[in-house]
Design a protein around this ligand. Structure first.
Ligand SMILES: [Zn+2]
Length: 288
């Protein structure tokens, strides 16, 4: 199946009271693990690629070619969107050209007028090509590729302005942050999420920083219009823990344990387990 825009899967999720996971990819093993799990669980899936990860994987064209070929050779039939995560204006254009099926333009650090102008232009291009577009209002806290946000809470009036441009989905800061949550984290701001949900008329909302948000908060967020949840750090931690265990147990020193296909296998399985667990929590299993 060819890559699809995230529009139908997210509209269905918003209407059905569940969320689709965006799982960020870092290499071949990551991509394979996420695609296989989505197929096994009959779940739609969004593969996220940050600009940094795109650079690491030798550019957006390499990523798009790898994902398309892998979808074909693994016989993946569930809907798969290939999505630029936190794109700059230039990055968005590069991914459109490279064949991504979904784009996030993160204009949250611009004044609202400039965010609107750039989002509007990119929306025109995405509409023409049938791509989905995610916009952002109110920076998400934590660190993403060296950009440190302070964990703002978005202004619902600004969210309405950007949502009314006709973007596919909207990311809004509601106290969520990227990476691990600190012990003194105050939790998600459901009052603001509820206001954003009210003024955006059922627009699929996106929750970034899905790692470590307690399950009850995730469920409440989904009930208030969150239809896409981004997970990145959690898969990285799962991969790291399993790989560390393999080496600490000396398995890389036994037989052909040094073979990368063996060395990376436990970490890859750990990513699969992590993705499955998230799909269960988000309610996307069987929704392909
Ligand atoms: Zn994010």
């Amino acid at each position: 199946m060819a890559l699809v825009s995230a529009k139908d899967m997210l509209n269905k999720a918003a209407a059905g009271g569940y969320a689709v996971g965006q799982f960020n990819i870092n290499n071949l093993e990551w991509t394979k693990a996420i695609l296989q799990t989505a197929q096994e669980q009959n779940s739609p899936v969004i593969l996220g690629v940050s600009e940094g990860a795109g650079k690491y994987m030798c550019g957006f064209k390499t990523v798009a070619a790898m994902v398309k070929a892998m979808v074909e050779s693994l016989g993946i039939t569930v809907p798969v969107a290939l999505h630029l995560d936190h794109g700059s204006y230039e990055g968005a254009k590069a991914c459109i050209e490279a064949g991504f099926s979904s784009i996030m333009f993160d204009g949250s650090h611009y004044p609202i007028d400039e965010n609107i102008a750039k989002t509007t232009e990119l929306k025109g291009i995405c509409d023409q090509l049938g791509l989905s577009l995610e916009a952002e209002v109110g920076a998400i806290g934590g660190e993403e590729d060296g950009v440190i946000g302070s964990g703002e809470v978005a202004d619902p009036a600004e969210c309405k302005m950007i949502s009314d441009l006709g973007v596919t989905m909207l990311a809004a800061g509601i106290g969520n942050i990227h990476g691990k949550y600190p012990a003194n984290w105050k939790g998600l701001n459901f009052e603001v999420l509820s206001q954003i949900h009210d003024v955006t008329n059922g627009k699929p909302l996106v929750l970034h920083g899905g790692t470590g948000i307690p399950a009850d908060m995730i469920k409440r967020a989904i009930s208030l219009g969150v239809a896409k949840i981004n997970v990145n750090t959690e898969c990285q931690l799962a991969f790291q823990e399993a790989t560390r265990k393999y080496i600490e147990e000396g398995k890389d020193l036994q037989g052909k344990g040094f073979d990368p296909r063996k060395l990376l296998a436990p970490g890859t399985q750990a990513i699969k387990d992590c993705v499955k667990e998230k799909m269960e929590l988000f309610g996307s299993i069987g929704k392909a």
